[in-house]
Design a protein around this ligand. Structure first.
Ligand code: ADP
Ligand code: GLC
Length: 481
């Protein structure tokens, strides 16, 4: 039996700000339980809903020296759908109504978390063969495993993998601060280790010291070796190319299932969508105050409203788009300028545009189920889960060909009648608009073709089972048996 520990800053169903939480919450359940004992450790944020906090049980606690003080580290536990989750408790770090906030405080918070998580393992009595880290928040773990946690039997030979979900966020501050917070010696702060462009960089530490590096699609693994997508670390990515693999994400096929979804108006599946899916559109049109007409093409978006998601392209052509015969439904929060942009168009085209600037699990499911097309013109997209959910609900993705979008959406070919979506290559608003209009043409003029595309989209399998095997192979290779 191989023991695997996931260490991450968020996990569904406890706390989620983006796709990272979906991955950490669903992948551990998909490993072969006969060979892998996979457990997860995350912070016990005070913003975890009371429902979930109530289900945790106290396991133990200890005190750990950190930044010259002795700090409380509580360990809570919760078994959810067969997976054991551990929570690191310390209210002076994990307070607040969101997991992240102030950059500098977050650096200290997650440095504490990395040290506490590793220190908690002997107390818990779980000795992982592989520690699987996720994103910059856990970047120090591979470094610590080669440094202060190296001696003694317990940590000896413990391997680490780091998965990069988003290279844009690296955990950067000046060297002196990172050195002080991490407690690492000056030896580590050179450009071949944690220093990058004169700053300290936690993700870089993880990438340099981990025994293997993965990212969440094959295309993104290639892209980040190039300057445009490399966020300043493309040289390092090229240097580590031999240890870098792209393993595409999956989604939880039980949580996201149009045949059983608790949130949607009418269930459907690959056989019945022609008849039943439109009821979801009508229900949503009614709920959101749009014109109720099931023949109108509805385009959906559920997204963090940030530059990454290509929203400036949408802003650029929004008036033109709204004058087409479509409806646009948006759910998301993020940068104020994008929130206000969508609010403005909601006001201007009341019966055609619905901007919902908040977070809602329920509405997100309704949108995936109701819309005909799903728009995701990202500037970059390490994997993207939304388009996978859209495919599962028979909503045709319209995407930019980057990262995981390129790997998971096959462009429609009208002559061969193949493909599962529409895509464009350049980061250009006219190209995007042209592609959306291409989709409109097929939707309105060739409905049978459209529906055949929905057949193909719903037949795709983006559950975890293929990718979980790839992670298993990676763990086997790292452990050596
Ligand atoms: P990212 O992780 O970059 O935000 P992904 O496509 O990988 O993008 O994952 C985003 C996840 O968050 C999806 O499950 C999506 O449905 C969900 N999501 C994003 N914004 C909202 C929102 N406002 N309400 C509900 N779910 C949201
Ligand atoms: C990040 C990426 C997204 C990816 C998710 C899960 O948030 O932006 O593309 O799907 O992580 O890996």
């Amino acid at each position: 039996m191989k023991n695997i520990l996931f260490v991450a800053s968020e996990a569904v169903p406890f706390v989620k700000t983006g796709g990272l939480a979906d991955v950490v919450g669903s992948l551990p359940r998909c490993f072969d339980k006969a060979y892998f004992d996979v457990r997860v450790i995350v912070p016990k944020y005070m913003c975890i809903p009371e429902d979930w906090r109530g289900r945790m049980t106290y396991l133990d606690h200890f005190y750990m020296d950190y930044l010259g003080q002795s700090r409380y580290v509580g360990i809570m536990q919760c078994v959810y759908e067969g997976i054991t989750y551990y929570f690191i408790d310390n209210e002076s770090y994990f307070w607040g109504n969101r997991p992240y906030g102030d950059w500098l405080f977050d650096l200290e918070k997650f440095t504490f978390f990395c040290q506490a998580a590793l220190s908690a393992l002997p107390v818990i009595g779980f000795r992982p063969h592989v520690v699987h880290c996720h994103d910059w928040q856990t970047g120090l773990i591979p470094v610590y495993l080669k440094d202060r946690f190296r001696g003694g039997d317990f940590y000896a030979d413990m391997k680490s993998v780091i998965t990069v979900h988003n290279l844009k966020f690296q955990g950067v501050w000046d060297v002196a601060t990172i050195q002080r917070l991490s407690g690492l010696s000056a030896y580590y702060f050179t450009p071949d280790k944690l220093e990058a462009y004169k700053n300290g960089n936690l993700l870089k530490g993880g990438i340099v010291f981990a025994d293997a590096v993965t990212t969440v699609s094959e295309t993104y693994a290639k892209e980040i070796q190039m300057p445009f997508y490399g966020e300043g670390l493309d040289g390092l990515m090229r240097a580590r190319a031999n240890s870098l693999r792209g393993i595409v994400n999956g989604i939880d096929y039980e949580e996201f299932s149009p045949a059983t979804d608790q949130y949607i108006a009418k269930h459907f599946d690959a056989r019945t969508f022609r008849k039943e899916k439109p009821a979801n559109k009508r229900a949503l049109q009614q709920e959101l105050g749009l014109d109720v007409d099931e023949r109108k093409m509805m385009i959906g978006m559920v997204s963090r409203l940030t530059d990454q998601k290509g929203l400036d392209l949408i802003a650029w052509v929004m008036d033109a788009l709204c004058n087409d015969d479509i409806q646009l439904v948006v759910l998301g929060t993020g940068e104020e300028r994008y929130e206000n942009m969508f609010r403005h168009f909601d006001w201007k085209y009341q019966h055609k545009v619905s901007a919902n600037i908040y977070y809602s699990e329920a509405l997100s499911h309704k949108i995936y189920a109701a819309c005909d097309a799903y728009l995701m013109p990202s500037l970059f997209e390490p994997c993207g889960l939304s388009q996978l959910i859209a495919l599962r609900y028979g909503s045709i993705p319209i995407v930019r060909e980057t990262g995981g979008l390129k790997d998971t959406v096959q462009p429609y070919n009208e002559f061969e009648s193949t493909g599962t979506g529409f895509s464009f290559c350049n980061y250009n608003a006219d190209e995007m608009l042209h592609t959306i209009r291409e989709a409109e043409r097929i939707y309105y003029d060739k409905k049978r073709e459209w529906n055949k595309m929905v057949d193909r989209a719903m037949a795709k399998d983006y559950s975890w089972h293929v990718s979980a095997l790839k992670y298993q192979e990676l763990y086997d290779w790292l452990v050596g048996w």
